[in-house]
Structure formats: C-alpha cells, structure tokens
Design a protein around this ligand. Structure first.
Ligand code: ATP
Ligand code: ZN
Length: 294
C-alpha cells in the first residue's frame, strides 16, 4: 500500500476556501463535508487534515501532518511563542490571503507613531510577534492578550491601541481606529518540518509543488493574440509584459500584416492594449491560461 501524504488545512475560515480551491486546481479531487477531521483525496494518495489554523504549525512540527497551509502570521506567532523550537518552516509562498499585522490607535487620540506607545497598553492576539517588535524597537509598552474582538479594546478601555490583522482597513475604520505601522506582512504559505519524508511522499510532494507553481504562475499569465503591421512587430513585442520571443504567423491574403502570439507572464492592462492599438495592432485578444508546466 502506498503511504498517503497528509496535508493540514484550516477547516473553516478566511484561509480555508482559497486553500481548497488551490488544491482542486492542482487536480486533487475531494469533498469537504460535515465535521470530519480527515478528508480523503480520491484520485491521489493524499489525506487532508482539517483543523483550526493555530494548530497547523505544531501539527506539522509533531508529525501529525507532513505539510500544511497556513498564514505566515500564524506560523511566525507559533514559532515565537513555542516553548521549544518549532520544527516548521516555509517551503513555498502561495500568494493568497494577503494581510498585514498592524498597529492601530484611535483616529483622534495621542498615539500617531510607534514611539508614542511608550507607557501604554496594546491589545493583541499576537503577543509573540508584538513582543518581538517592541523589544527590537526598544518600546516600553504592555501587551494585553485577547482571544478575539481586539478592535473593541480601545473603546472599552482595556488598551490605548491594538495590534491586529488588517486587509482592507474597513474593520478599523468602523471602530474609529487608524493603522500607523505595519509590523508583519503575511500571505498563505506551505510549511514543512525538517524531517525526511519517505521516497513516495517526497515524490508526491514534488509533484504537488510543481502543480502549485503552475497554478500560481498561470493565474498571472495571459496569452495575447493580435494582428500587426510587419514593420511594427519589434515595437509591439517591446510592449508585451514579460514575454519571450513571440510567434509570428503570416496572414493569408496580406503582405504587410502578420499575426503575433505571445505568452505574457505579467498582467496586461487596458493601457497596454491602447498603446498596442496606437502602434497599429488590430483584432487584439487576451486569453487566460488554464494550466502551465515549464
Ligand atoms: P480558526 O478558527 O481556524 O482559528 P481564525 O478565526 O483564527 O480561524 P481567520 O479569521 O479564518 O482565523 O483567518 C485565518 C487567516 O487568514 C489569518 O491568520 C490570516 O493569515 C488570513 N487573514 C485574516 N484576515 C484576513 C483578511 N481580512 N484577508 C485575507 N486574509 C486574512
Ligand atoms: Zn485561529
């Protein structure tokens, strides 16, 4: 029997849906239902361990899972607060669930910059990351640890400021708070321990990582097709973001026009299309790329 690779994932929350979607795009077939702790991938020897995100780093470190997908913020916090060194490190950045751990205080208050924090209290669910930041910056403030609803701390008088995750800033704004310093930038990451995996699992992990890489790259990559005057091909090629040599194809019945096709590894903006058109390009098509392997 082949060994099954076990991946720890957040069961429910802001990381969960994008993690499931990524694995599905990598070709894994599975269904998440009910309260089960384990979901079986039908078409590959992989099991998904569905847990709270805070448990993922230690589950990977303690061999309850081979790899995990977790927010970098949670990984760093667990690393900083673990009693003994946590054996879990980033193997790959995944580019989704981007957010920042920021310091924020009342819009109208006295705290506008990090040094204003001296002698004050800061509410947070990230005592590890905050503690390290304060120490590194030589700021003498007290961290007030909470389990949630940190944004309410200033209004109920528990703390003068907060250290919390921010993405759009809407929650801060709704509570009359403004962020004045970012202490950590985070995205979802694939983590692994330093343990060696069996040959089977290692091969499967390598395959999975190559597919993840393809999914991430293809999300930004586009295929562009257009017709161009022959004498403008060089200028047009220059405008295409992150593309290799394009394919040039003669057009039936035309001596001065050619068809040009290229893979662009960066986003193509409307402005680029307008510039291409100004150079004489016509019938411009931008197509998404579903899968990539290099
Ligand atoms: P759990 O029940 O698993 O402990 P949780 O309540 O701790 O969940 P979520 O709110 O689901 O956590 O957030 C999970 C992770 O998603 C965060 O640790 C962070 O990496 C990321 N995240 C948090 N807020 C946002 C956001 N607004 N936008 C994008 N990603 C976010
Ligand atoms: Zn959590």
């Amino acid at each position: 029997m082949t060994e099954r690779l076990r991946i720890a994932l957040q069961k429910k929350g802001r990381l969960a849906d994008d993690s499931f979607a990524l694995l599905k795009k990598c070709g894994l077939r599975f269904a998440i239902r009910g309260g089960g702790l384990l979901a079986r991938v039908k078409n590959m020897p992989i099991d998904l361990l569905l847990v709270r995100d805070d448990d993922i780093p230690s589950f990977v470190a303690n061999n309850a899972a081979d790899i995990g997908i977790v927010g970098e913020n949670v990984l760093v916090e667990e690393q900083l607060t673990a009693k003994t060194k946590l054996d879990a490190e980033i193997t790959m950045r995944l580019g989704f669930s981007r957010c920042k751990l920021s310091l924020a205080a009342a819009d109208m208050g006295d705290i506008k910059k990090p040094t204003d924090l001296n002698g004050t209290r800061i509410a947070t669910t990230y005592p590890g990351v905050l503690g390290k930041y304060l120490k590194d910056k030589n700021i003498d403030a007290t961290a007030v640890e909470m389990k949630g609803a940190v944004e309410l701390a200033p209004s109920i008088g528990i703390a003068e400021s907060i250290c919390d995750l921010v993405s759009s800033g809407a929650t801060l704004e709704a509570n009359g708070l403004t962020a004045f310093e970012t202490i950590l930038k985070s995205e979802a990451v694939l983590i692994q321990s330093g343990r060696d995996l069996s040959e089977d699992k290692q091969a499967l992990l390598a395959k999975l990582m190559s597919r993840i890489d393809g999914v991430i790259k293809s999300a930004e990559t586009k295929y562009i097709m257009l017709n161009a005057p022959k004498d403008k091909v060089a200028a047009i090629t220059q405008l295409l973001p992150g593309s290799d040599a394009p394919t040039i194809i003669p057009l039936a019945g035309s001596d001065d026009l050619v068809a040009l096709q290229a893979v662009c590894t960066e986003n193509i903006f409307w402005e680029t299309l307008e510039d291409l058109k100004a150079l004489g390009a016509r019938a411009i098509l931008v197509l998404p790329i579903e899968k990539m392997m290099s």
